[in-house]
Design a protein around this ligand. Structure first.
Ligand code: MN
Length: 500
C-alpha cells in the first residue's frame, strides 16, 4: 500500500467562494475538527491578503496540533515574509508558493512571459531556502501550459529542492484521461528522487473528484480538496468523495489515506453551521438523501443485504445509525453526551450557556435534532466580548400598515434601544439596529430555511451584508424567523466590530 497525503483547503480555497467566510476564531475551530478528521495538511489561508488573514493563519499555526499548517504566498518578498511570519508557532509549517505556467494566464493576469515567471520563481525559492519550513510549489493552470515550459519549470523547482510540486487544474477544464497522461509523463521525466507530485482540481465541468483520482492513479501522491467541494467558482474536489473512492477501491489502487472517515458527518455539520452553506440533498457521501432508500424493492434488498444498494455504509462516514433525538425529558447528561458525539468540548461557562439555550428550546420544540444542537453550540461559541446581544424586540406589521420595529440590544451590560419604520418588519428591525450601532448596512443577500422538519423547526437565516466597506456573512437561528433575522444581522455587525 502506498500512502496518499490529504491537503484540506476549505479554509483557503473554500473561503474564496463568495458564499463563505470564516472569522479567525471559526478558522481555529474548524481546523481543530480537520485535525480530528486526520488530514495531513491544513491550507490555512493567504496571509498576504491582509491583517485578518494573517492573524487567522497565525492562530491556526499556534493552536492546532497534528497536521502540517500551510500558508499561501505569491513569489514576492512581501507575501513570503507575511506567510513565514504567520506560520511561526506551527508544529510543522509549509509555505505554498504559486505561479501560473500557461501562456494565457501569464500574459493576461501577470502581463509577463515565461522567462520572467522563471526568474521570479527562482528568486522566491532562494528566499525560503534554509528556513525551517516545507516548500510546496504550485504550477498554476498546469494543464493548459506548453509541455516544454511545464517541464522546464518542474525541473527548475526540483533543482531548488522543493518538497512537493502541485499541479493545478485551476480552471477545472481538464478531463481525467488528460490529467492522467500529464501526471504520468511528468513523473517519468522527473525520474527517481523527484519531489512528491500533488493535484489540485476545480469542478467547473463537474469532474474534480474524477480528475483527482485519475491523478493519484497516475502517480500523484497528494491531493488538495475541500469539505463538500466548496471553493472558487464551481468549487474544488470534494475531500470526502476522493477519500471514499480511494477507500472503496483500496485493493485495486493500492493507495491509502489516514483520514478518519467517521468524522465526515461531524465536519460537514460544523461547516454548514458556521457558514450557512447548504449541501444539496443528493450530494455524494454527505447529502441528506445519500443513504435513504425510497424505492420499495431497494429497501427490501438493503434490509436483507446492505451491499445490494449501499457501496458506502452510513456508519463509515459517521452518520448516526439511528439519530438520537433529544427532548424536554433529556437532562444535562444526555445533552453533554450529544455534544461529545458531535465533536464539541466546551468550557464550563459555555457549556452552561449552551445548556440553558437547550432548555429554552425544548419549551418551544418537541424534538431536538443534531442540527438544532449544532446551531445552539455554534451560536454560543460565536459570542464575542464587546458584541451586541439581542435582548428584546417588538414588531408590528399588517396589511396596509407601515411596518415598525423596536429593538433592544445589550452591549457589555449596557442596554441600548431604538425604533424604526421600514418597508417590511425585517427591514425595520435592521434599520433600528443601524440606529443603535451607527453603521449603515446594505443587505446583499438573504436566505431562510428550516433546519429540520416540523412547524416548530428552528429557522436559520444566512445573510450577506456590506458594512463599513466590508462584506460579511451573518447567521442566526431561532424558532421565530424575525428573531433569527435580527440575530443574523447582529452576527454580521459583531464580526465587523471584532475585525476592528
Ligand atoms: Mn484553487
Amino acid at each position: 500500500m502506498e500512502r496518499v497525503y490529504v491537503v484540506d483547503t476549505t479554509l483557503r480555497d473554500g473561503e474564496q467562494s463568495p458564499e463563505i467566510s470564516f472569522t479567525p476564531d471559526e478558522k481555529v475551530r474548524f481546523a481543530q475538527q480537520l485535525a480530528r478528521l486526520g488530514v495531513d495538511v491544513i491550507d490555512a489561508g493567504y496571509p498576504g491578503l491582509g491583517k485578518d488573514d494573517a492573524l487567522a493563519v497565525s492562530l491556526v499555526a499556534q493552536e492546532v496540533r497534528g497536521p502540517v499548517i500551510m500558508a499561501l504566498a505569491r513569489p514576492e518578498e512581501e507575501e513570503i515574509g507575511a506567510a513565514l511570519e504567520a506560520l511561526k508557532g506551527a508544529e510543522r509549517a509549509r509555505i505554498h508558493l504559486y505561479i501560473p505556467v500557461s501562456r494565457i494566464q501569464l500574459r493576461h493576469m501577470l502581463n509577463i512571459g515565461p522567462q520572467e515567471a522563471m526568474e521570479r520563481t527562482m528568486k522566491a525559492l532562494d528566499m525560503v531556502k534554509n528556513r525551517d519550513v516545507e516548500v510546496e510549489f504550485t504550477l498554476e493552470d498546469a494543464f493548459r501550459a506548453d509541455r516544454g515550459f511545464l517541464l522546464e519549470m518542474a525541473r527548475a523547482v526540483t533543482d531548488k529542492g522543493v518538497d512537493l510540486i502541485n499541479m493545478s487544474d485551476t480552471v477545472g477544464g481538464a478531463l481525467p484521461s488528460q490529467i492522467a497522461r500529464v501526471i504520468s509523463w511528468l513523473k517519468g521525466e522527473l525520474g527517481e528522487g523527484a519531489p512528491l507530485l500533488s493535484i489540485h482540481c476545480h469542478d467547473d465541468l463537474g469532474m474534480a473528484t474524477a480528475n483527482s483520482v485519475a491523478a493519484l492513479e497516475a502517480g500523484a501522491r497528494q491531493f488538495h480538496a475541500t469539505i463538500g467541494g466548496v471553493g472558487t467558482r464551481a468549487g474544488n474536489a470534494a475531500l470526502e468523495e476522493v477519500v471514499m473512492a480511494l477507500k472503496l477501491w483500496e485493493e485495486d489502487l493500492g493507495l491509502v489515506t489516514e483520514v478518519e472517515t467517521q468524522e465526515f458527518y461531524r465536519t460537514v455539520r460544523i461547516l454548514t453551521a458556521m457558514t450557512g452553506v447548504m449541501v444539496q440533498p443528493h450530494k455524494a457521501i454527505i447529502g441528506k438523501a445519500a443513504f435513504v432508500h425510497k424505492v420499495e424493492s431497494h429497501l427490501m434488498a438493503v434490509v436483507k443485504e446492505k451491499s445490494t444498494f449501499e457501496i458506502v455504509r452510513p456508519e463509515d462516514v459517521g452518520y448516526p445509525r439511528s439519530p438520537m433525538v433529544l427532548s424536554k425529558y433529556s437532562g444535562r447528561l444526555s445533552f453533554e453526551d450529544k455534544l461529545r458525539e458531535l465533536g464539541y468540548s466546551l468550557d464550563e461557562e459555555r457549556l452552561e450557556l449552551a445548556y440553558q439555550r437547550f432548555r429554552e428550546l425544548v419549551e418551544k420544540k418537541r424534538e431536538i435534532y443534531d442540527e438544532d444542537v449544532v446551531a445552539i453550540v455554534e451560536d454560543v461559541l460565536s459570542r464575542r466580548p464587546g458584541a451586541f446581544i439581542l435582548q428584546d424586540f417588538f414588531i408590528s406589521s399588517g396589511m396596509g400598515q407601515e411596518p415598525m420595529a423596536r429593538v433592544v440590544l445589550l452591549q457589555e451590560g449596557e442596554t441600548k434601544e431604538a425604533a424604526s419604520k421600514g418597508t417590511g418588519p425585517i427591514d425595520a428591525a435592521f434599520k433600528a439596529i443601524d440606529q443603535i450601532t451607527g453603521f449603515t448596512g446594505r443587505l446583499l443577500s438573504y436566505s431562510i430555511k428550516a433546519l429540520t422538519e416540523g412547524k416548530d423547526a428552528l429557522g436559520e437565516v444566512v445573510l450577506r451584508v456590506r458594512l463599513k466597506g466590508e462584506e460579511v456573512v451573518g447567521r442566526g437561528v431561532a424558532t421565530d424567523v424575525v428573531e433569527a433575522s435580527i440575530k443574523a444581522y447582529l452576527d454580521a455587525v459583531n464580526k465587523v466590530l471584532e475585525g476592528e
